[in-house]
Write a protein that binds this ligand. Structure first.
Ligand code: SF4
Ligand code: MG
Length: 335
């Protein structure tokens, strides 16, 4: 499948009074045309920082892309200048956030905002832009778009506001849509509707989606592939099927055990004990070791290699790696 985005060895840090927080520590993934890749993990795992770095929205300082690359249409987005990046944002890569209110201007009508968004990127008359805007409102399922067009954000429900934000994000037909916890602020019924909408617009437009979430329920509904993040790294990656039915990393298994499953009834939910490591001084070995029931001696010392389990399924865990035995007896071993 055609790759639209290639993130390689991305490292992002924040300098604080307490020292340098290594929020993203070598993240690598591809996004293919027309797919939804979910990036999943607990709060603070680096998933939002990863997506903001792709968009170059990390405030620098205190944030900094230390190394790595983000390839998009032959450009490395970590290197392009700000005016160029402004052209890319919204037109080629769009982003939506958890709270639709932050993306909308309360003092402008919905129509004026969406037209403004279009005309930032496209040479169009107001009338042409209005036509595009109304079509997009229709596509995202806003009833009576011509009436809604003249209304203000406060006249919309939470779900309708999020639909509007999605319309604005898609209006310039971006190739990539990054959605950071897009349904977290919505109630469950509306959540399901918005997730259905993602699927519909993907079918309609072929947009590739990166979905950032802590909620595996959301992932189960829409993701083609899933990347699980922990302590600034992707620790397991696979198709939805592989992650849900054949998870290999103890952390992924823990995450799955800690969420309600529609397909398995009557199973007690077990939260993962302990908390993620401090990212001021991340451990040399596996960052999950202190919380892992299967940890071996080598785990504390050496970060595991990536083990390939299938074309799409990769895991960073010594349990999957024959070399763990060798590593245990070789003290100078370095991953
Ligand atoms: Fe557990 Fe070791 Fe695997 Fe880390 S590498 S998840 S500590 S078994
Ligand atoms: Mg976040």
């Amino acid at each position: 499948m055609e790759k639209v985005l290639e993130v390689s060895d991305l490292h992002v840090s924040f300098s604080t009074y307490g020292g340098e927080v290594k929020a993203v520590r070598g993240v690598t993934f591809d996004l293919h045309k027309g797919e939804t890749l979910a990036i999943v993990g607990e709060s603070g795992c680096g998933k939002s920082v990863t997506s903001q770095s792709i968009m170059r929205l990390i405030p620098d300082p205190p944030g900094k892309i230390i190394r790595g690359s983000v390839l998009f249409k032959g450009m490395d987005l970590t290197k392009v200048n700000e005016p160029q990046m402004r052209k890319i944002r919204g037109a080629d890569i769009s982003m939506i956030f958890q709270d639709p209110m932050t993306a909308l201007n309360p003092t402008l009508t919905i129509g004026d905002q969406i037209i403004e968004g279009i005309r930032q990127h496209e040479q169009m008359t107001k009338e042409q832009a209005k036509k595009v805007a109304l079509e997009m409102m229709e596509l995202v399922g806003i009833p009576s778009p011509t009436i809604r067009f003249k209304q203000y954000p406060h006249q919309f429900s939470g779900g309708m506001r999020q639909r509007m934000v999605i319309a604005m994000a898609l209006v310039c037909r971006p190739e990539v849509l990054i959605a950071d916890e897009p349904t977290t602020a919505l109630d469950v019924t509306i959540q399901a509707q918005i997730l259905d909408l993602f699927r519909d617009i993907q079918k309609e437009t072929g947009v590739s989606i990166i979905l950032i979430t802590h909620d595996l329920g959301v992932v189960a509904q829409v993701a083609d592939r899933i990347a699980v993040m922990y302590a600034g790294k992707i620790i397991e990656e696979g198709t939805r099927r592989e992650i849900f039915y054949h998870p290999q990393h103890p952390y992924t298994k823990g995450l799955l055990n800690s969420v309600p499953r529609l397909d398995i009834e009557g199973v007690d939910l077990v939260p993962i004990g302990g908390s993620p490591p401090d990212l001021f001084s991340p451990p040399a070995g596996c960052p999950f070791a202190p919380r892992c029931d299967d940890a071996m001696e080598v785990c504390d010392r050496v970060y595991p290699f990536k083990t390939t389990l299938s074309k799409d399924h990769h895991v960073d865990c010594w349990l999957q790696d024959e070399r763990a035995k060798l590593a245990s007896i070789t003290t100078t071993f370095n991953a």
